[in-house]
Design a protein around this ligand. Structure first.
Ligand code: SF4
Length: 430
């Protein structure tokens, strides 16, 4: 029986068009939130992510980030064995032992995340109490926090949201007389982060911080004079907690493509009352470079029909970019979760006839995808091979998270990610 319910998006704030939203509830085909550790451990350079999980969790992380075998890793798994599951051992004692051993061996660790998993939830291991206990023991040298990356509670990119939400209460309060400051929220590749910091400086916005910071000892301050821009569309809980601390979110599309990046920068420029002329001078050259880089792929992509399975929550901003800057045709755009407020500016830019789906019922979505026969299907790793075998061309959505795609300088790379599978398909046919 179909579990699809239809509602209209016209009641959403800021959505001037009224795309249909199918609400899907059924079997899911996405990674769990542990996956976020793969990019977060590179970002926060003095943090360690200790997954409290099973051998399955360890295998997932090892195969997804196998390169770490050659380095001193910044994540690991405390394996929950059968005797823990059977209640024959005190998992808390074992966890304390593992943490003490780890921190004695690695004095470079200043922030330790205990990351919950399906098994730790099943045995109801209270990681928040464990984190408090261990923090008392190891502060001020090491701060210990916890969040859940379990497949029961989180999908894929939600792991980052949970991690940053764990950091939000730890941010120091801003001084009562603090000048207005801007916080960029969401992990970006360092090169992209540096580009944005340079752009804001050129616009005259000097007090800019980032969350997560590269070192946990430099957590940015937050308070009523903080404005923040989301760099990623999957940070609903983090944004809520920052707002609870008095910060205010600047509503904007996400910085993907020339149009999205311009609007994202402009949202801050308007609040800081940057003169129009200065904004144009700072952004026009990079905007022009981005448009030229994108144009190289327009012939290949224009008119191609596109289907997004829900995976990373990046789907809507990327679909907007592909439709508006590359003239691709959107058949369906699926997202695991639709945050109506954070997406309002994006929804307003989507073509009116696009079908949006929220949540996942993988069988229904596969049926619709087969019926539509799109030119390109964006989906998770597990679906890609079977769909390729059926003659559909696919793009792995995980690449969109691992590749630097935000900002003007990366706009051409983002377009190329979608052109590549089509070029490969053409070559194979030849
Ligand atoms: Fe699998 Fe759950 Fe571990 Fe993720 S947290 S790898 S879904 S067992």
């Amino acid at each position: 029986m179909s579990q699809v319910a239809t509602l209209r998006a016209s009641s959403q704030p800021g959505a001037c068009s009224a795309p249909e939203v199918l609400r899907e509830r059924g079997q899911r085909e996405v990674f769990c939130g542990l996956t976020g550790i793969i990019w977060l451990h590179r970002k926060i350079q003095d943090a360690f992510f200790l997954i409290v999980g099973s051998r399955t969790c360890a295998h997932l992380m090892q195969s997804a980030a196998g390169v770490m075998i050659f380095a001193e890793p910044r994540f690991g798994t405390a394996i929950i064995e059968e005797r823990d599951l059977a209640g024959m051992a005190d998992a808390n004692d074992e966890l304390d032992r593992v943490v003490a051993r780890l921190l004695a061996r690695r004095p470079d660790i200043k922030l330790l995340f205990l990351v919950g998993s399906c098994p730790s939830e099943v045995i109801k291991l209270d990681l928040s109490r464990a984190a408090q206990r261990l923090s008392r023991q190891f502060m001020p040298d090491v701060r210990v926090l916890n969040y859940s990356g379990s497949g029961i509670e989180t999908t894929f990119t939600q792991g980052e949201d949970m991690c940053l939400a764990a950091l939000a209460p730890e941010l120091p309060p801003e001084a009562p007389d603090a000048e207005a400051s801007l916080m960029l929220v969401g992990a970006l590749a360092d090169v992209v982060e540096d580009q944005f910091l340079r752009s804001f400086k050129a616009l005259g916005i000097d007090r800019v911080s980032v969350l997560p910071p590269r070192r946990s000892t430099t957590l940015p301050a937050v308070g009523p004079n903080t404005r923040f821009l989301l760099c990623q569309p999957f940070l609903g809980e983090t944004a809520r907690l920052l707002e609870e601390r008095g910060a205010r979110r600047l509503a904007a599309p996400f910085p993907l493509g020339a149009e999205g990046t311009t609007a994202w920068l402009k949202a801050a420029a308007d609040v800081w009352q940057v003169p129009e002329q200065r904004f144009r001078e700072v952004t026009a050259p990079a905007q022009q470079r981005a448009r030229l880089a994108i144009a190289r792929y327009r012939d290949r992509l224009a008119g191609q029909r596109l289907f997004f399975f829900p995976d990373s929550q990046l789907e809507i901003p990327i679909a907007r970019f592909l439709a508006r800057e590359l003239d691709m045709q959107l058949i369906e755009v699926g997202t695991p979760y639709l945050h109506r407020q954070h997406m309002a500016e994006e929804l307003a830019l989507l073509p009116e006839d696009v079908r949006l789906s929220e949540g996942q019922h993988v069988d229904n979505q596969i049926d619709r995808c087969r019926a539509a026969r799109p030119d390109l299907t964006v989906c998770g790793l597990g679906l890609a091979n079977p769909l390729e075998q059926e003659g559909l061309t696919t793009k792995w959505s995980i690449e969109l998270v691992f590749t630097p795609i935000q900002g003007f300088e990366q706009a051409g790379d983002l377009a190329e990610l979608f052109a590549r599978p089509l070029v490969r398909r053409t070559r194979l046919e030849v």
